[in-house]
Design a protein around this ligand. Sequence first.
Ligand code: ATP
Ligand code: MG
Ligand code: MG
Ligand code: MG
Length: 475
Amino acid sequence: MESAEIRRRWLRFFEERGHTVVPSASLIADDPTLLLVPAGMVPFKPYFLGEVKPPFPRATSVQKCVRTPDIEEVGKTTRHGTFFQMCGNFSFGDYFKEGAIKLAWELLTTSQEDGGYGLEPEKLWITVYQEDDEAERIWREVIGVPAERIQRLGMGPNFWSMGVPGPCGPCSEINYDRGPEFGVEGGPAVNDERYVEIWNLVFMQYERGEGSGKEDFPILGDLPNKNIDTGLGLERLAMILQGVQNMYEIDTSRMIIDKATELTGVHYGAAHSSDVSLRVVADHIRTSVMLIGDGVTPGNEGRGYVLRRIMRRAIRNMRLLGAVQPTVGELVDTVIKAMSPQYPELAEDRKRIETVALAEENAFLKTLKAGTNILDTAVTETKAAGGSVLPGDKAFLLHDTWGFPIDLTLEMAAEQGLSVDEEGFRRLMKEQRERAKADAKAKKTGHADLSAYREVADTSGSTVFTGYTDYEGEA
Ligand code: ATP
Ligand code: MG
Ligand code: MG
Ligand code: MG
């Protein structure tokens, strides 16, 4: 089943059951506490918090999401993308636990001929929050899942709160058993690669008080209106329904892998390290296109920096695969082809997306080679001095003059067995930001130019180089 069809079925199923279909919001969150949208519930937050009266009792959406913390997992685990689509159904004081569980089970297990996804019930494993007897009872008695396929988990994975006073509650997750080729048995509590999490059902039923962290807070009592928030990863379901080994091989991403192969001559499956690079490219270029599509431009702060990190990591991985010419144009074109059945606006906006992406590739390729030399020299010096930590000022120089996002430096240093003094790096970044602020004030220019590339001449050595600083004012 194609990704576009998974999406259609999702929306149709819930629409037929009284849910209002709400289009995906932009990845740029309309929420000062968030840089980018990480989950489907974000656009509905004001309803859950009781700040705005919901205009409908039930809603459904397929929301574009970006999770930067998952960047390290990409290409290594089989199931984390920096961009993914979260299919959700939401109830605002309408149906609750039993309703949500029944709907989820029906959609997953109804045959494909009858409009469902046709998963075999015996392959589905359930987790519930350790104290949620009610959810466990519903799974066993109403749905008929045998007790041995229901596991209880603690607060970390199976209790949801926003980290601030407000609604909170237990979760129940649906996991799919991919079989012994993915490792030992024992359910999702034991092996989360084999029993891959596909759908999280959040039961917002309590009011939490002030407290520190995610797990340490008082529960003040029941919410007057209990809500449902669920999220299913479209790409994870596609991986299962398309019978592929990991999320990067599904229809939409596979096209990008194949394009990268065409551009580099490196075949998928040739070696582990090149496979990881191909998967990183597929994931990151797709994320970049979706971000640019929603109006993010590369920069050194905030969202712009997220995009820059992701794009530059993709470009470097193309180099690792042997690309010598610019490749971003063709890769971007492939992403647009792959994603426009679901997002036709990408094709309409092709020119602008390409222009932004190509400018970033250009800027990076100008400095990549020289920066790599600087890094290699610094690594050699560090090792010669018996150290194992690359100094923060080197990371800063690479960032400031050679446009190396910190992740890139971390990754390249790690490849040579070194860690990086990140704290020192961050201190220098902060100092620079403060200097720039003072500077801007003195010159009464108000703001630093958002995207101008400034040429700097290094007068300290015998070589004169042209680097750039791209300083973006406070995001
Ligand atoms: P995991 O434990 O696998 O990291 P999660 O518990 O962080 O997932 P949730 O916050 O519960 O994920 O999000 C709901 C659903 O979104 C998940 O069940 C999964 O299907 C999907 N999902 C979450 N993170 C990613 C990701 N990085 N890439 C693809 N799908 C994801
Ligand atoms: Mg996660
Ligand atoms: Mg999880
Ligand atoms: Mg989860």
